[in-house]
Design a protein around this ligand. Structure first.
Ligand SMILES: [Zn+2]
Length: 317
């Protein structure tokens, strides 16, 4: 939609939320869209930020102070109001429901909605819900391979949907949020997952809502990844030659001929480390070398791939 065609919604006062409105609540949380009547004790139990805030004199008491520290006299039904600044109402719904309803969000599920995941990481970080933040980081990390064998063994397309959302959109959204919330445990994995797309798609998506630091790390890390995979590919003929010398080759003239004619240009791996898998390279490029050379070459390639795999996080620093 063109900006010109957008019409501003008339500003509406936030309304009590249908679900998160407990008759015995003792504080009202306010966002731009909703009011939530909740319990100071429950929020304090989960959140260091709310705990500290409620412990301050006059905060969360009838003469109130909002989260930015501004003095306010805001009351609702005689209860103190804490205004959350700059948070989406729906994000706060996800957070509060996750706290109050045991079954609302399953941290062990791969079927959770991306919107909930993003809300929990964003607000869990902002308001110091430490356990929620840690759990959701683990939940996100489980969506991605964390070892080379897991990366290789996935027999599905590497481009699978994540948390019910398109693989491309979800990966970049998770990267954006992980960067914003400084989720260091996730960043290398997400940079790697996002680097697997062609650079024109990456540049296009990064134009929107991504910080320049995040963009630069992704693009330069992707270049380092390509370089490492290229280096690995170009070393393959050397492995064949070493194989002939070291593995008691049983068909030397044949294997030598293969070594001279190996066509690495057809590998076309670019950012795909799986493309260099030893058994795959031998099957496709060196199918008829003798079994001794074959096993030597496969092992040599795999050894090198493990080194590249371990280095991947360092490409995205
Ligand atoms: Zn041989």
């Amino acid at each position: 939609m063109d900006v010109d065609e957008q019409h501003e919604e008339p500003t509406r006062a936030p309304e009590p939320h249908d679900i998160i409105w407990f008759s015995d609540g003792n504080v009202v949380i306010k966002t731009d869209a909703y009011l939530f009547k909740v319990h100071k004790g429950v929020l304090s139990m989960h959140s260091t930020v709310f705990k500290d805030m409620f412990e301050l004199p006059n905060v969360g008491n009838p003469v109130d102070e909002d989260i930015t520290g501004e003095k306010t006299q805001d009351l609702y039904d005689g209860l103190p109001v804490v205004a959350l600044m700059g948070d989406e109402g729906e994000h706060v719904v996800h957070l509060l429901r996750a706290i109050y309803e045991l079954r609302y969000h399953d941290f062990n599920s791969d079927e959770a909605a991306l919107g909930t995941i993003v809300a929990l990481l964003t607000l869990g970080t902002k308001y110091g819900f430490e356990e929620i933040r840690a759990n959701v980081i683990t939940q996100i990390s489980r969506q991605f391979p964390n070892s080379l064998s897991e990366y290789d063994s996935k027999d599905f397309d590497w481009y699978y949907d994540i948390f019910g959302d398109d693989h491309f959109d979800s990966r970049f959204e998770l990267l954006r949020v992980a960067y914003k919330t400084d989720a260091q445990a996730l960043l290398p994995t997400l940079y790697f997952a996002c680097s697997t797309y062609e650079v024109q798609y990456i540049v296009e998506v990064l134009r929107h809502n991504f910080s320049s630091g995040c963009t630069e790390t992704l693009v330069t890390g992707r270049e380092k990844l390509i370089q490492a995979i290229n280096d690995l590919s170009w070393d393959i003929p050397e492995y064949v030659r070493a194989g002939i010398e070291n593995s008691k080759c049983s068909a030397e003239s044949h294997c030598l001929e293969k070594y001279r004619n190996v066509r690495l240009s057809t590998l076309g791996c670019e950012v795909d480390l799986r493309c260099t898998k030893g058994s795959k390279v031998v099957d496709e490029e060196l199918a008829s070398i003798c079994s001794r050379c074959r096993s030597f070459v496969e092992r040599a390639i795999e050894k090198k791939r493990k080194i590249v795999w371990k280095k991947i996080p360092s490409f995205f620093k």
